[in-house]
Design a protein around this ligand. Structure first.
Ligand code: FE2
Length: 481
């Protein structure tokens, strides 16, 4: 029956109110019309000429009374259904509201991070919600939903600013060359996030990753820089759609003030690209003034901010330039190299050991250069990706502290290429140092945002850097083994 249907759809509810109004009108007219007739027959009954007339009038009178009663009943029913429909429409609004609410589980602070290898990825969600959540993921059947979801509880940690929390969980044992759907469920309420997609790497060894220098959200303005960061990421994945992840070499945010930095981290996390393309981040000097970076990005079981992952045949080691324990950094580095033998070694860190920007002769940089560069050559690191200088620069192959004068190409053991990322958001640039550094092949003087792609294919690593304003390739280099 139509009046028993739910009114979940507000448009359907309005249609039913229109129908009810018709019944009200009908009932009212019947009631009114026969009430008038009843009054009329009462007057004519005064004539009383014959029994026949009387009987006829009596029958008419009975019919009129019945009709008036029916009209009245219709009016009562109509009144009842109007009340019912208004209440039900309100319930419908609530239900619709709940559906919207469910879709509104705020995951703007969610990003993916690289896992331990190409078969895993880490979900890292920064939120104001304090509750129990689980990560659900699976491969959809056809265009639909996955038949089965793997469910993993998200672990919660305080976020560094009152009322914020970081939730993490890993998607593991992922199949190559597959499209996964993942989402977050609040276990108590059943509230769900929207669905996100994560595509795993292809079966072949070859893969590509992106490298972005200091986004430093907030250096120019939190809102503007967040928008620029979003644009840079969108352009990057449209230029290099095959990218498997993106490395940012520190200074994700600008401010050392916790409240400001908190907003800036939310800006850094906000782009949708980072919900489908995992990031691998480093701690920058702008992030060392408070514990927000540590609270958000420190991995489970980790002592400091350094970490590593093995992606196919490449070992990535993220060092922490802000660490006051260089001995521990070196120890971690050496142990990792020994534990995970790989064809290639890529180091990421915030301070550029060989830059040509205004930080090239900073005391801290020179100290770390002398400390780390000989070890990198000794362990045959291939590529070092750093930031801090906001000016894109590529070196000759370095061996220890010395330039070999070789511009890429066939690499000998101990030769290391150092790449300093430019500003990925275009919000802050430094000039080239006036002192000759002697190891720079390419220094970008133009104030343009850049992002670099690195393709690893067997014994060749190909480095391409793009101007994010014009989408033009501005630098190219190959490392061959
Ligand atoms: Fe920096």
């Amino acid at each position: 029956m139509w009046f028993c249907d739910g009114f979940g759809d507000r448009r359907a509810g309005r249609g039913k109110i229109v129908k009810l109004s018709q019944y009200v009108l009908c009932g009212y007219l019947m009631h009114k019309m026969y009430s008038i007739k009843l009054t009329g027959t009462a007057d004519s009954s005064k004539i009383k000429d014959s029994e026949a007339i009387m009987n006829k009038n009596s029958i008419k009178s009975d019919r009129a009374q019945i009709a008036a009663i029916i009209g009245g009943i219709l009016l009562l029913f109509a009144a009842f259904f109007i009340a019912f429909s208004v209440q039900d429409q309100k319930q419908g609004e609530n239900r619709e509201g709940m559906i919207q609410e469910a879709a509104r589980l705020d995951t703007s602070g969610l990003i993916l991070e690289v896992g331990e290898d190409e078969r895993s990825v880490r979900v890292n969600w920064y939120s104001n919600e304090k509750s129990d959540f689980e990560l659900q993921y699976g491969i959809p059947s056809g265009d639909g939903e996955p038949d089965n979801y793997v469910s993993v509880p998200l672990s919660r940690r305080k976020g560094g600013v009152g009322g914020t929390f970081r939730y993490t969980a890993n998607m593991t044992a992922l199949e190559a060359d597959s499209r996964y759907v993942y989402r977050i469920l609040e276990t108590g309420s059943g509230e769900m996030s929207r669905d996100y997609i994560y595509r795993t790497a292809q079966v072949e060894e070859m893969f590509t990753f992106l490298f972005a220098g200091d986004p430093q959200i907030g250096a120019e303005g939190t809102e503007e820089d967040s928008k620029k960061w979003d644009e840079t990421l969108k352009k990057s994945v449209s230029l290099v759609p095959e990218a498997s992840f993106i490395i940012t070499a520190g200074d994700q945010t600008d401010s050392s003030d916790k409240k400001k930095a908190n907003k800036q981290y939310l800006g850094f996390r906000s782009p949708d690209v980072l919900k489908e393309l995992p990031a691998a981040v480093n701690r920058g000097n702008h992030e060392a003034g408070n514990d927000l970076y540590e609270k958000q990005f420190q991995r489970e079981g980790q002592q400091g901010m350094e970490y590593s992952f093995l992606y196919k045949n490449v070992l990535f080691i993220a060092l922490d330039s802000m660490s006051t324990e260089p001995v521990q950094q070196i120890e971690f580095f050496r142990n990792t190299v020994e534990t995970y033998p790989a064809d290639w070694i890529v180091v990421t860190m915030h301070y550029s050991l060989f830059s040509a920007g205004s930080h090239a002769y900073d005391h801290d940089i020179i100290r770390q250069r002398e400390y780390f560069a000989p070890v990198f050559s000794e362990c045959n690191v291939d590529l070092v990706l750093a930031g801090h200088d906001h000016s894109y620069m590529r070196t000759y192959y370095m061996n220890g502290l010395n330039s070999t004068g070789k511009d890429g190409g066939k690499k000998e053991r101990g030769e290391v290429l150092y790449l300093t990322g430019g500003s990925s958001t275009g919000n802050k640039f430094y000039k080239k140092t006036k002192k000759e550094v002697g190891y720079d092949v390419f220094f970008l003087e133009d104030k343009i945002p850049v992002v670099t792609s690195v393709n690893v294919d067997g014994k060749t690593m190909t480095i391409r850097t793009f101007d994010m304003d014009s989408n033009e390739e501005i630098d190219f280099c190959e490392i061959r083994k």
